[in-house]
Design a protein. Structure first.
Length: 358
């Protein structure tokens, strides 16, 4: 990693089509090899974001994936455990303009094999259904309660008032699937809106831009307003990513956060992926940022023997025990929404007595 790309005059002259093509070339050919499952994950995420955000591509952009597309049937037969990744990439390529119609045959074959019925979670089943319905096939037509079960999970806002990243990411993805990535109204209720706000407060308190960006996208797909404080912080954060090229990409960088932050920019109507990507292996690195106050706040509450869920009662006590930086960040989170007090009732965990087992 020898060269940090800056947003100079030359980059401003690049068209969106050229930047998108360079990004696709980078992920398809420069970071990993297609036999690596992480190649599938990275490229499925990139292409999904480009497709659902209406990215403009030049004539040759999709050529980076031609060899993958040519052999996708063989990969699917040999690696059926990755069928969701493989279907997602194939369908997105076709919908982005790749000549061909392999997706239809692949969807029908996957449905015949019953792969969706072998999934372990409702979220995975929802993803499989959403993918295959893009070509008119419902692999779980007999499961009429799938959406209802998922909506019950989403509406239980108490789940999201406590740190649980897995649940929070599942919440955002459920909104993505129900809304067809912003193409239709997912008809979310007020309880689900509260769930998203609670999850967003925790992400903001942790300064977790990756998760917060997904939550802000989900809020917009649900037709809800996004707190201005969250939006402003994410905008600044997104513009400060370092794109380093000229050496082998690291085993783990912040590519996912880079992708979802730019997706958030696109959903907001701003220029996404505005920075150029140079040829060669490339890494994407989040800007340096101070730790959020979430851990300090959690430790403070855990140590309080007589804690209450009443934020107005606890506010002076909590702020007096936090460091100056943590207290300042907590106040910003408090002022980002008028439902902070409701959130704190669940976060405090003060009213649940645990009886001893007999």
């Amino acid at each position: 990693m020898t060269n940090i790309v800056s947003f100079d005059v030359a980059s401003r002259r690049q068209t969106a089509e050229v930047r998108h093509a360079a990004l696709m070339q980078c992920f398809a050919r420069e970071r990993r090899i297609p036999d690596d499952v992480f190649w599938l994950k990275e490229n499925a995420e990139l292409l999904n974001i480009l497709e659902c955000s209406g990215a403009r591509l030049d004539a040759g952009a999709l050529s980076a994936y031609q060899s993958f597309y040519d052999g996708v049937e063989n990969r699917l037969r040999f690696f059926p455990q990755y069928y969701r990744f493989l279907l997602s990439i194939c369908l997105d390529l076709e919908d982005l303009g790749m000549p061909g119609d392999k997706g239809q045959a692949l969807v029908e074959w996957v449905a015949e094999q019953g792969f969706a019925r072998a999934e372990l979670s409702d979220l995975q089943r929802m993803e499989a259904r959403r993918l295959m319905l893009r070509r008119g096939v419902d692999p779980l037509a007999e499961d009429g309660g799938l959406e209802e079960r998922m909506r019950r999970f989403m509406a239980r806002s108490a789940t999201f008032s406590m740190p649980n990243k897995k649940a929070a990411y599942e919440l955002t993805h459920a909104v993505f699937y129900l809304s067809e990535y912003g193409r239709r109204d997912p008809a979310l209720d007020g309880d689900t809106r509260l769930s998203l706000e609670f999850a967003g407060l925790l992400a903001f308190l942790e300064q977790n831009a990756d998760l917060l960006a997904e939550i802000c996208i989900a809020l917009r797909y649900g037709g809800f307003e996004v707190p201005e404080i969250w939006d402003t912080w994410l905008m600044r954060h997104s513009c400060r990513f370092a794109i380093e090229s000229g050496a082998r990409a690291p085993a783990a960088d912040d590519y996912h956060e880079f992708l979802v932050c730019n997706w958030m920019l696109a959903v907001c109507g701003h220029h996404a992926f505005a920075r150029p990507v140079k040829p060669g292996p490339t890494g994407f690195f989040r800007p340096e940022a101070g730790a959020g106050p979430l851990r300090e706040l959690s430790e403070c509450m855990f140590r309080l023997e007589d804690r209450s869920g009443d934020w107005q009662q606890m506010r002076p006590i909590v702020l007096g025990r936090l460091s100056e930086g943590a207290a300042s960040q907590l106040c910003r989170a408090e002022h980002s929404t008028d439902r902070f007090g409701v959130f704190f009732q669940g976060f405090a965990r003060s009213g649940s007595a645990m009886g001893a087992a007999g």
